[in-house]
Write a protein that binds this ligand. Structure first.
Ligand code: ADP
Length: 493
């Protein structure tokens, strides 16, 4: 009996394999870190061979350690760091260059020029994305321009390209299937999210030949099987999905207006906007939601660059805390921040401010300021930044949000979640299991292979802890005003 679904979660800092049962419960997990390469200032790379071998080893490990074999697995789903690209040889599957990671700024100048041209509006109207080096297109172009003969080899059909999901799929299927899903495609800046096809104007603009790009399918789809040589027997691959959309799906945000925020290194706020691709006037981007149908829902997305990372900074650079969890204890030991505001604009500000040159600051320091105040202000800053993105969404949609689903490492912090509820004036709902990224891919794969009969049949595996707003409105307004002032100073430097 095939009693389990497997989810391969290939993230920016690690690769994990998770095994779920029919109730959608996470039973087993195996994880491996991946090495980060910084070959030049602002450049970030991964070794695609390490990504592939890591993926194979975590799958083997999670099966072997728990007495499972591939025949116990109904299907697997792959969820992945988005936007990161790989270019490889069709005949061998060997990459011709390292993976250029989403964080990498090497193409910033090129994208800045496009941003200041008439192309910016064209790109937004076709892809829903802001002109930024973050997305895949300029990264593929860079590899083709940089690696000797790459462009010519691409034209001859000797090379293939794609996001990490498509590279893994190609290698896992023994070089048989070159495909991706629409959530990943929607983050490349080459895919038209309205016509649902690679866009000829954009592939020409970025000089990326269409013949090297993968075929685009729904996130939940029967993509093929793993090569027998890898795990002894075949495993069906029934989902590919970008990590944030996977978390949205795993949080069961299946209806218009459902929204989730992931508190990881950064924060990623995604709202399901149904069949409407919302045009943002406030710097949010529009992408495609995960699904099993040919025409998926749209999502509106805003990201905060420095979320949980500010806690890491307090721990590793400032040495104000020794563990991330200690931040909660310190924050609770004072009644408020004592007038201190902390804007962690370490790499500029994202949505809705979009100021690349802004840098961090701490305001309102007095002789009475203690480390507890600074730590508390840092946690509050995470919540204020999420407020800013959510508020921009509400204004784009002309609707109020009354409940936010949360996940990610920093969502474990009860102080932060309560403060988030207070400042948003909305309920914050935290599931007992916060591995929602892996869960989304497992749900999708399970739906395709019939493991789950329908979305409605997937058991609600866990309860939620609900944080309800409790601070008086006048106090909330006063705190928000202080934050706005601090943001204004950050920008006016
Ligand atoms: P990623 O997937 O981006 O690596 P995770 O979801 O694993 O991130 O979350 C890790 C982040 O959460 C780190 O930046 C860490 O500082 C932060 N974090 C973890 N636990 C806590 C906590 N109890 N309070 C505040 N921040 C936390």
């Amino acid at each position: 009996m095939k009693e389990y679904v497997l989810s391969l979660d290939q993230g920016t800092t690690s690769t994990r394999a998770c095994v779920f049962d029919r109730a959608g419960k996470l039973l087993y997990k195996s994880q491996r870190e991946i090495k980060q390469y910084y070959p030049s200032s602002g450049w970030v790379e991964h070794d695609p061979e390490e990504i592939f071998s890591g993926a194979v080893s975590v799958i083997k490990d999670v099966l072997e350690k728990n007495g499972l074999t591939p025949s116990d697995i109904a299907a697997m789903g792959i969820t992945n760091q988005r936007e990161t690209v790989v270019v490889w040889e069709k005949a061998t599957g060997k990459p011709i260059y390292n993976a250029v990671v989403w964080q990498c700024r090497r193409t910033a100048l090129f994208m800045e020029k496009l941003k200041n041209s008439e192309k910016e509006a064209v790109i937004y109207s076709k892809t829903g994305l802001m002109c930024d080096a973050y997305f895949s297109a300029s990264k593929i172009k860079w590899i083709l321009d940089f690696v000797p003969n790459a462009r010519e080899r691409a034209r001859k059909g000797e090379l293939l390209a794609g996001t990490v999901d498509s590279f893994l799929l190609y290698r896992l299927t023994g070089l048989k299937v070159h495909a991706t899903d629409y959530t990943n495609a929607s983050r490349t800046m080459l895919y038209n999210i309205h016509t649902m096809e690679w866009d000829k104007d954009l592939t020409a603009l970025f000089d990326v030949p269409e013949n090297i790009l993968p075929e685009v399918k729904p996130s939940g789809f029967d993509y093929g099987v793993t090569d027998k040589s890898l795990f002894g027997e075949e495993i069906r691959i029934c989902a590919l999905v970008g990590d944030q959309q996977s978390a949205l799906f795993g949080q069961r945000c299946w209806n218009k207006g459902d929204i989730k925020n992931t508190y990881g290194t950064g924060c990623f706020l995604l709202m399901n906007t149904g069949s409407v691709a919302v045009e943002s006037t406030r710097g949010l981007v529009t992408s495609l939601a995960a699904g099993t149908l040919d025409k998926p829902d749209y999502v509106l997305e805003g990201s905060v660059f420095v979320g949980g990372a500010v806690v890491q900074w307090l721990r590793d650079e400032m040495k104000l805390i020794s563990t991330a969890a200690e931040s909660e204890k310190l924050a609770r030991s004072v009644d408020d921040c004592g007038g201190v505001y902390f804007v962690p604009a370490f790499v500029g500000l994202g949505a809705p401010h979009w100021d690349q040159s802004a840098r961090g600051l701490i305001t309102g320091i007095t002789r009475g300021t203690r480390r507890e105040h600074i730590v508390r202000a840092a946690l509050e800053a995470i919540a204020y930044q999420v407020f800013d993105v959510l508020h921009a969404m509400e204004r784009d949609l002309k609707e109020d949000v009354t409940a936010l689903n949360v996940d990610g490492g920093a969502s474990a912090n009860d102080f932060l979640m309560q403060f988030q509820a207070d400042i948003l004036f909305a309920d914050v709902m935290r599931p007992e299991i916060i591995e929602t990224t892996a869960l989304g891919a497992a749900y999708l794969a399970g739906l395709v292979c019939g493991f789950f009969e329908s979305r409605e049949h997937i058991g609600k595996t866990c309860g939620f802890k609900v944080f309800k707003p409790s601070v008086p409105e006048a106090k909330r307004r006063e705190m928000l005003l202080g934050w706005e002032e601090a943001i204004a100073r950050t920008k006016a430097r």
